[in-house]
Structures are given as C-alpha cells and as structure tokens.
Design a protein around this ligand. Structure first.
Ligand SMILES: [Fe+2]
Length: 116
C-alpha cells in the first residue's frame, strides 16, 4: 500500500509511528450527487502531525479519481500539511491521495466514493 524505507526502520524509527505520521487521511462523504460540488479534506497523518521543517517536510499531496489527477498541492515548511478541495464527480470511483515526504517518500490512501 505504501512506500516504506526499511533502512529508516533499522535506524530505530517505528513503522507504526511512521505510518501514523505519513499515511494521508481522506475526509469525504461516502456518497455524493452526480455533478454537485463537495469538499474533500486531506491531512497528513492520523493523530500525529508530521514535521514541517526545512530538512523534513511534506512536499506535496496529489488527489486522484481512479487514474485521473484532480489536484496537486505543493507545501512549504511554513504551511500545515493539510488541504480542503472542492470537487465534483460524474461517476463512482476510488479517491486516492498520494503524499510525498522529502525523507520518507510516497504514501497512499484510498477511499471509495459512490456517485448517484
Ligand atoms: Fe517524513
């Protein structure tokens, strides 16, 4: 499901903590109406904030509807690594969020969404 740097684990980082800090969390309705705007919030990490420092930060997050890229948001260390996007869909799909940490690489999350 997600890229994971084994070398980092050998150096003492706990895999679970790394996942908690990196796997994006997609907050969106399970069901929406065709063609109607709704909000998708993405935050990086569950219950723990990822560092946003010059040497270690989330560089970007991308949102896909199946294989179609809906958005890409670039972050700087001055920002909080979360975003709210307003989108509309024409058919049911899997929303996927890919976030990229400059040290720990790419992490993915997915959420099924039904369009009526
Ligand atoms: Fe990281």
């Amino acid at each position: 499901m997600s890229y994971y740097d084994l070398k980092k684990a050998a150096n003492g980082d706990d895999k679970t903590t790394l996942e908690d800090k990196h796997v994006p969390v997609i907050d969106a309705p399970d069901k929406v109406k065709k063609g109607e705007y709704f909000e998708v919030k993405i935050k990086m990490g569950e219950g723990i904030d990822h560092p946003m420092e010059e040497k270690h930060f989330i560089q970007y997050v991308e949102l896909y509807a199946d294989y179609y890229q809906l958005a890409r948001v670039n972050f700087t260390p001055e920002m909080k690594a979360e975003v709210a996007l307003t989108i509309k869909l024409e058919e049911s799909c899997t929303l996927r969020a890919y976030e990229f940490c400059n040290i720990h690489g790419q992490w993915e999350a997915a959420k099924e969404i039904t369009v009526d």
